[in-house]
Write a protein that binds this ligand. Structure first.
Ligand SMILES: N[C@@H](CCC(=O)N[C@@H](CS)C(=O)NCC(=O)O)C(=O)O
Length: 292
């Protein structure tokens, strides 16, 4: 299949992502981030870069067209996912590890990791929760809206052949179920439940403190925040707005940060948000049913 026969490129939707130098406040050896504006994992890393005021070159990877599975990209990131950070001649993969790498490689920038050992352990517990549970759950909610329509427009055999190339087995099988059944796939119910449990855990954690670990904003807040972008962009804040005032306040304080605006919010134009909210509105009855 020729590239121009594939699903439409997100770069048409987010032209500003094509190749830009962002945030040129400081000078360091070259940082390049392979990214996509809708990817929560990439949003995490961009949030860290923005909070730290680190300049980087942004390379857009066309996920709907599965550019992430091209041989040249698999050489950088053998699991075929974004983000990938290249720093000088070092290639760093896995978003949570990239966040900690940036903390260690740039100690003179804003500190995003607590000093106390027990808080660092708790921070990594949140990271594990995000990587192992919240991230796949977000994928199960976002994929049917963001990726499935393009694949459904293709010849079925071509779409399945593309999905067959997904490197990690569990991800490949999940995408196939979501391709076949959309929001009625069994994964979606479990995903909404994980979101609800996460919101409960956060409401408890935020009692008597500003941020999820302590009164200090940290990587724990950063790694969770993009998963709320997904709720906001689709108009699904109803999952936390009723009965979770501390989480609602945390979300509005995240959205008020300059780092968030520079790293994430700026990629969602009013037109793009209108389009996403229409998709989200159509999906909401299914999401609400799974949450009940
Ligand atoms: N564990 C990886 C997960 C990365 C990941 O799932 N990235 C998604 C976007 S958020 C992706 O590239 N998906 C492409 C695909 O599934 O084909 C990390 O934290 O970096």
């Amino acid at each position: 299949m020729r590239r121009d026969q594939r699903v439409p490129s997100w770069s048409l939707v987010f032209p500003q992502q094509a190749l830009v130098l962002q945030n040129t406040k400081r000078k360091f050896p070259m940082l390049t981030l392979y990214t996509h504006p809708m990817s929560p994992c990439a949003q995490k890393v961009r949030f860290v870069l923005a909070e730290k005021g680190l300049a980087f070159e942004s390379r857009h990877i066309d996920l709907p067209a599965k550019e992430n599975l091209e041989p040249w990209y698999l050489k950088l990131n053998p699991t075929g996912v974004v983000p990938t950070l290249v720093h000088g001649d070092q290639v760093i993969i896995e978003s949570s590890l990239i966040c900690e790498y940036l903390e260690e490689a740039f100690p003179d920038t804003a500190r995003l990791r607590p000093d106390a050992a027990h808080l660092r352990a708790r921070m990594r517990l949140w990271m594990k929760h995000v990587d192992n549970k919240l991230h796949p759950s977000c994928g199960a909610l976002q994929w049917p809206l963001a990726m499935r329509p393009g694949l459904l427009r293709m010849e079925r055999a071509d779409a399945l052949a593309l999905l067959d190339q997904v490197v990690e087995g569990p991800r490949r099988e999940r995408q196939k179920r979501l391709f076949e059944k959309g929001l009625e796939a069994p994964d979606v119910h479990g995903a909404v439940r994980v979101y609800c449990e996460t919101i409960e855990k956060m409401e408890a954690a935020l009692a008597g403190q500003d941020w999820v670990l302590s009164d200090q904003f940290s990587l724990a807040d950063i790694v969770i925040a993009p998963y709320f972008q997904t709720l906001l962009q689709y108009g699904w804040a109803g999952l936390y707005e009723r009965g979770h005032p501390r989480v609602a306040d945390w979300v509005s304080r995240i959205c008020g940060r300059d780092g968030w605006r520079a790293a994430v919010a700026k990629d969602f134009s009013p037109e793009k948000l209108d389009e996403l909210r229409i998709q989200g509105r159509d999906a909401w009855p299914a999401i609400e049913r799974h949450a009940a």
